[in-house]
Design a protein around this ligand. Structure first.
Ligand SMILES: C[S@@+](CC[C@H](N)C(=O)[O-])C[C@H]1O[C@@H](n2cnc3c(N)ncnc32)[C@H](O)[C@@H]1O
Length: 197
């Protein structure tokens, strides 16, 4: 059932143009989770749960860890919750509705994995909001770093202070442009950073 739900969610995202990570980036995210074996992952930007399902599949296979995922659009969060239920992984996830930069301030547990995929100009605020709860070390993955101008403060901070690597992916989508402005050969990236105090 899990694989069927994941395939359906991917198809719905494509059909309805709901933003999602897509399989290539999701494989990198899943490999980071596998490597880190985190106790608590925080995701900013749930959408309808595509990337969450990739994370939850790894946690289920590891037999340890849980996910808090935050989404500002109530309708998205409700669809994600239903997808997590149908996929049989709802017990591993706490889906919260609100502005991630505010919700993250309320998390009291140690966080050893942060995934940033919300509004791009909110990455640095999210990082600051959860920093006091980050373990030493902690893994931070940020999507869409091809849009560097929208997250300049965040990227400068992680690239200056931590081990940080950009993984580039070929993307047909021009950042910030609609489907009909796509062009071949554009690159987008994910930044994987190892936070240390
Ligand atoms: C790129 S999509 C997330 C895709 C998702 N991670 C996936 O791969 O399936 C970005 C999501 O962030 C949400 N979002 C935007 N601003 C936000 C904020 N301030 N706090 C939380 N979520 C936000 C949007 O509503 C949207 O659903």
């Amino acid at each position: 059932m899990f694989e069927q739900v994941l395939a359906e969610v991917e198809e719905q995202c494509r059909a309805e143009r709901v933003p999602m990570l897509g399989p290539n980036k999701a494989k990198l995210l899943a490999s980071c989770v596998e490597k880190a074996k985190p106790s608590l992952i925080v995701e900013c930007g749930t959408a309808i749960g595509y990337s969450g399902l990739w994370i939850l599949r790894v946690l289920k296979n590891l037999g340890t860890g849980r996910l808090i995922t935050v989404e500002i659009e109530k309708a998205n969060a409700e669809r994600a919750r239903a997808n997590f239920e149908r996929a049989g992984v709802a017990d591993l996830v706490d889906s919260r509705i609100g502005d991630a930069a505010e919700v993250l301030k309320t998390i009291q547990d140690p966080v050893d994995f942060l995934f940033l995929d919300n509004n791009k100009d909110g990455y640095y605020a999210c990082f600051r909001a959860i920093e006091s709860q980050l373990t030493n070390p902690a893994t931070i993955v940020a999507d869409n770093v091809g849009r560097a101008d929208q997250m300049a403060e965040y990227l400068e901070h992680v690239r200056t202070n931590y081990d940080s690597e950009t993984h580039w992916f070929e993307s047909r989508r021009r950042p910030g442009r609609s489907e009909n402005r796509r062009r071949p050969g554009h690159r987008d990236g994910m930044e994987v950073s190892i936070y240390r105090r």
